[in-house]
Write a protein of this length. Sequence first.
Lengths: 362, 91
Amino acid sequence: MIKDNVRSTSKVSARKEKWKFSELLADHEIRQRWEKVKKYFYLRESTYDMTNRCNIRCDGCYYYEGEKQFAQENGNPDAWRELMMKEKARGITYVVLAGAEPSLVPRLLKACYGEIPLGCIATNGLRRIPEEIEYKIHISVWGNDETSLRVRRSKHLLMKQIENYVHDPRAMFVYTFTRENIDEVYDVTERIASHDGKITFSMFSSPIGYNGSLRHNKSSLNRTGKVMLDLMSRYPQNVIYSPYNIVAHTHSYGLHELYGCSYPRRNSSTDIGLGRSFRHYRADLSWDRDVACCVPDTVCDECRHYAAGSAVVTARLYRHVSDPDTFKSWLDYVDTYLAVWVKGYEKSINLCHVMIQPPFQP
Amino acid sequence: MTTIRDKQALLHRIAEIIIFELKLEDITPDKFDPDLDLVNELGVDSMDLATVALVLQDEFDIKIDEDDYPKLTNVRLIADYIQKKLKGQTG
């Protein structure tokens, strides 16, 4: 947890006990940002494992944990097209095409894109995804080339990722901080920025049963937060992040404890929201509500994953309507999430520059 | 702050707020069915509902608990909820 530059919500609120929503929106800057992000409230996501194959094997990969890896993959584009039509009919407007390595099945990606045009593909970036598939493309980076060789068994990975996606407006590099690669991010960010690339951050969140050295501890969380902040100021055009993202993702408590995870695996309610609409399809097009989650087979208490936060923090709008700085922080978070996930959405300058603590802590 | 005692006027005002906040087209407050299920029939999602709840809180100067949001699934239920809250404040 970041100690520097932290402002507690209670101090802010001391000036005024509780702000009304309309009072917060009376500020022109806040109102503008609210109107900007509000247009995207219609996004409703689900996640799809496209294949059970991958062209590299990484330590701590959540795909190769649990049952989902054994699903018999369905490689028929017509079956995927039909699934997407059904998904659209039940209100899904955004697809996340993930495990194991979607770039290996471009025909399936095309079939999905043909039916639901908003979405994202999570890839290791070794194989370029055809340009006509205009989803956002998240390229996972887990350290410099030396670390990638050790942890992902892939040579010159970053160089290949950059070559494949240089000047590609779809591309977003996602640097996953582990306990071991924190300072390597400087070199990685420099290389990505020198090619005008965009980078955002995720946090290694242990798969169930993982006991390796990538797992975060208090000290690595603290150090990661400081490095993130430093990078935001060094590369403001390239790093897509906000101070509140740092707070939410490097806090000593995980996302579930701080915000209450709204994915079905931790949320039994089917009344409204993700608990009702979210599904995680396996490569055989089956799904199971009991394990449905954006990063299945991750230890929930340790989950600080960027994808989880995008939904979980965003969903807690009402908890952040308390004072201007807290609400601005939430708006910055949502603005960041949209810039990371929605093609064509441009991030604005962060409204809040101090570290506001989450509105609820256990 | 609005304090509407008349139920019909309250239903009308809630419908107005929902139409405005969710930018609904082709419907007026007069024609808004107070028993229309906002989630199942209108397709309102959690973020929409949270937005509406925040506006209603301001409008009627009440506190809507986070856990109560999923219960507010139609205009009539919302009106009942508001009236109950307002009674609690005065009574």
